[in-house]
Design a protein around this ligand. Structure first.
Ligand code: AMP
Length: 368
C-alpha cells in the first residue's frame, strides 16, 4: 500500500459507526454504494427527484426532490453525518451549500466540491490533468464556429469536439476528419466546447483509485474497456498491457487523487498508445462502471472502498482475480436467464423496470 499522508484532513475525525450517509443521486451507482454502506451498518438517505429509483429500493430513506432544492439539501444535511454523490453533475451551488453548512458544524461533503468543479468542465479538467503532469490529447477551447475551424486546422484536421459540460457516454461530441462541417458548433448546441486532437490509441483502460481521509491511496488493477455506441460494453481485468504500463496507470491515478486531496473513490480513463505511453482522457469523481467487477474479484470492492474512505475508515486491500465484466444494456438484459444457467456469472441487476435502448440495466462478471 502506498501511504501518502497529507495534513489537510488530519483534524477531521472518522464518522461514528452506524452514522448516516447521504447520497446525492439515485441511480445504480447510488444503489451499489447504499448496499455497501448497509453492510457496514450505515443507514443511507438518497436525494433523487425520480421516484422510484434504483438506489431508493435499497436505501433507508428517499428525499424526492431536485438536486438543487435548498429545502431538500437542508433536510439531507440535518439528517446525515457525511454526504457523498454518485454522479459528477451535482449542481455547484448544492455542493457549495453543503460545504458552507459543514463550516458551521454540518456534515462534510466527500469527495469535495473541488473534485466536482474540476471534473464538470472538460477544459478545466484537461488543464488540471496537464498541470499535474499527466499527458493529455492536444486541446483548444472553442466558443464559436470560427474557433472550431481554427482549432481543427491547428490540430491537424482530425479532431473530436466535445461540449465542456454535461457530456457523457460520447454524447455532446462531434468527430471531424478533414474540414470542420459548417454547422459543427451548432451541432454542439453552440455551447462552450473543446476541440481535442484525435488520439490513435491501441486500447482504452481505466484505473479505480481510493484515497482515505488520512491520505492512504490504493488502486485496483487497471481494466481494459471496450465501448459500443459510446457506452462501456465490456471491461477485462487486468488490461492486456505490460506491467510497466499497468504500474504507470496506477501511478497516474494516485497522482490525480493526491493532487485533488481527494477523499473517496474515483475512476481515471486513459488511452494506451502503441509505445505504451498513457494519455489521460477524463476522470469521474465517483465509483465507476469499469470498476463493477471488483464486487466479485476483490475482497473489498470499489463501493465499500468509497464508503470506508468517506467515513474515515481504513481502506481495504485491492488485490483481486482476473475477470471479465459485461454491461447489460437495453435488451442485453435478455441474456440474464442464459447467464444464470451458465452458472459462473455473477449477475447484478439495478431494479429498473423499463428497458430502453442504451439504458444500463445491470452487469455480469465472471472470473477468468
Ligand atoms: P469521452 O466522453 O471523453 O469519454 O469520449 C468517449 C469516447 O470517445 C472515448 O471512450 C474514446 O473511445 C473516444 N475518444 C474521446 N476522446 C478521444 C480523442 N481525443 N481521440 C480519439 N478518441 C477519443
Amino acid at each position: 500500500m502506498t501511504a501518502d499522508i497529507h495534513a489537510e484532513h488530519a483534524d477531521e475525525p472518522a464518522v461514528d459507526p452506524g452514522s448516516t450517509i447521504g447520497i446525492i443521486g439515485g441511480g445504480q451507482l447510488g444503489r451499489m454504494l447504499a448496499m455497501a454502506a448497509g453492510r457496514l451498518g450505515h443507514p443511507v438517505i438518497v436525494l433523487e427527484p425520480s421516484d422510484p429509483c434504483p438506489a431508493a429500493q435499497v436505501a433507508n430513506s428517499h428525499i424526492v426532490a431536485a438536486y438543487d432544492d435548498p429545502n431538500a439539501l437542508a433536510e439531507l444535511v440535518d439528517r446525515c453525518d457525511v454526504v457523498t454523490y454518485e454522479f459528477e453533475n451535482v449542481p455547484a451551488p448544492s455542493a457549495a451549500l453543503i460545504e458552507e453548512r459543514h463550516r458551521d458544524g454540518g456534515p462534510p461533503l466527500r469527495p469535495s466540491a473541488r473534485a466536482l468543479e474540476v471534473s464538470q468542465d472538460r477544459l478545466v479538467e484537461k488543464q488540471f490533468l496537464q498541470r499535474i503532469g499527466l499527458s493529455v490529447a492536444p486541446f483548444r477551447a472553442v466558443d464559436s464556429q470560427q474557433d472550431v475551424v481554427d482549432a481543427v486546422e491547428a490540430l491537424g484536421g482530425r479532431a473530436i469536439l466535445k461540449t465542456r459540460r454535461f457530456g457523457y457516454d460520447g454524447k455532446g461530441q462531434v468527430r471531424v476528419d478533414g474540414a470542420a462541417p459548417a454547422n459543427a458548433f451548432e451541432q454542439l448546441g453552440s455551447a462552450p466546447s473543446i476541440a481535442e486532437g484525435f488520439v490513435d490509441f491501441d486500447l482504452e483502460i481505466s484505473v479505480i483509485v481510493g484515497r482515505s481521509l488520512r491520505g492512504d491511496i490504493r488502486t485496483f488493477a487497471p481494466a481494459h474497456n471496450e465501448h459500443i455506441n459510446g457506452i462501456l460494453s465490456r471491461s477485462t481485468v487486468p488490461a492486456p498491457v505490460s506491467e510497466i504500463v499497468l504500474d504507470a496507470a496506477r501511478a497516474a491515478g494516485r497522482q490525480l487523487a493526491r493532487e485533488l486531496e481527494y477523499v473517496g473513490v474515483l475512476g481515471l480513463e486513459m488511452f494506451v498508445m502503441s509505445d505504451g505511453e498513457l494519455v489521460a482522457n477524463e476522470f469521474a469523481p465517483r465509483v465507476h462502471n469499469s470498476g463493477h467487477w471488483t464486487e466479485l474479484a476483490c475482497s473489498v470492492d470499489q463501493f465499500e472502498q468509497h464508503i470506508r474512505a468517506i467515513t474515515g475508515e481504513s481502506l481495504g486491500a485491492t488485490g483481486g482475480r482476473a475477470c471479465v465484466m459485461d454491461n447489460l444494456i437495453g435488451d442485453d438484459v435478455d441474456r440474464v436467464p442464459a447467464l444464470l444457467e451458465e452458472g459462473s456469472w455473477r449477475v447484478h441487476l439495478y431494479g429498473k423496470e423499463e428497458v430502453r435502448p442504451g439504458r444500463k440495466m445491470g452487469h455480469a462478471t465472471k472470473l477468468l
